[in-house]
Design a protein around this ligand. Sequence first.
Ligand SMILES: Cc1ncc(COP(=O)(O)O)c(C=O)c1O
Length: 397
Amino acid sequence: MQSGLKNSKYESQIVSRPLVSLDPTQRAWIEISGKSIEHNVRKIKSLLTNSCKFMAVVKADGYGHDAKFVSQNAIKGGADNLGVATLQEGLYLRSEGIKVPILILGNIYTIEDLLICFQNNLMPTISDIEQCNICNQIGKKYEKLFYVHLKIDTGMSRLGFGAKNFVKYFENIISFENIKIDGIYSHLSCADALDASHENSYANIQRRTFLQLLSNVSIKKYPNIKLHLANSAGTLLGNDFHFDMVRVGLCMYGYNPSKYQINLKLKPAMSLKSKVSFIRIVDKKVGVSYGKNFITSKKTKLAVISIGYADGIYRSLSNKISLIHKGKMYPQIGSITMDQLMIDITGVNDVNIGDTVILLGYDNGKCVSPIDWADAASTVPWEILCAFKNRLPRVRI
Ligand SMILES: Cc1ncc(COP(=O)(O)O)c(C=O)c1O
C-alpha cells in the first residue's frame, strides 16, 4: 500500500511519474517551471478579494505538467484547495503527502469508491440524493462528518442536481447529521465566449441561475458553505463570478482561455523540447515523409527532430507548425511521423546534430504556444496540453 493511503483497491492504478534514469534531455522532454506556476497563481489571486479561495485544478496529471509538482508550486503561490477529476488522482496526491483539501470534480457513485474517498479525506462532488444517502451512511458508520460539495447544473448539462431537485432536496441534505456541505458549485460552459462579459451572455445567465437557486434555499443562513462557479475564463470575467472560491486550471499553467479577455501577463509553465538527430540535403521535387504530402520546391536542407505523434504531437499539425532554434523559427514540413518530424533549415549553417529545438515555449523573443497549435489543429489548448505522453520525461525546473 502507498504511504498513508487507506484501502488498497486502487494501489496499482495510482500513477506516479516514471523515474527517468538516463539523461532526460537526450531525445525529447518537457520542462516545467515551478516558478511560473507560482507566479501565475499570485497574478490570478491579485484579482480576488482576500477571502476568496483559490482551487488549483490539477486533474489529468496537472494538464500534463505533473500533478504533484504543480500542486506543490501552486500551494507555494497561495492555492488553498486542489481539484482533480478522479479518485485515483486524489489518492495519488494524498499518497505524495499533499494535505490541502482536495475536491474530486468527476462523479463518484459506488459505495466502495465513496468509502475510499471518505477514508482518504477527499471530497466528492454530489449530484443526486442517492449519493448523499450513501455519504451520510458512511459518515454515520464511522461517527464522523463526510465533507462533500454539492453541484448544481445551471446550463452545462453535465454533472449536478437539476434546479428542481436541488431546491427539493436541499433541506433534507442539510439535515443529514453525518454530511458536512463544504461547498456548493456549478460550472460555466461559455465563459470564454466573445460576448461573455455582456449582461445577457450565457455565462451571466448561468451566474444568475446559480444565484437564484441559492436564494431559493436561503443560502445566507449557511455562511460557512463555500460557493464557487468560475473556471479560468469565469475568473477573468470579474468579481461577480468569484463567490467564495475560483477553480483555475488553464490560466495557472500560463495561458489565457480566450483572446477577448484581459491579459494578465501569465508565464507559460511548459516548454516542449527535442533534439536534432540527423541533417540531410534533398533535391528539388522530392517528397518529404509519409504520403509525400510535402514536395520540395528547391534543393532543401532538412533537420530530423526526434519527436513525433507517439509523444502526443497531433499528426494533424503536419505542415502547420514552426520550431524555434537559437531564437529563429523553422517550418515543420511533411507528415509528422510516430517518432520523428522534419524541419526546413535550407540556407542555414548553424543547426547541428545534437542541438536542442523548442516546439512549445520561447527563446529570444520567439514564442510558440499551445494556443497556436490548438488553432492549427482546430481544437482547444486544454487538449494539446493533455495529449503529451509519459514517454516524454517531465524535467522540473
Ligand atoms: C468543474 C471544473 N472546474 C474548473 C475547471 C478548470 O477549467 P480551466 O482550465 O478552464 O480553468 C475544470 C476544467 O475543465 C472543471 O471541469
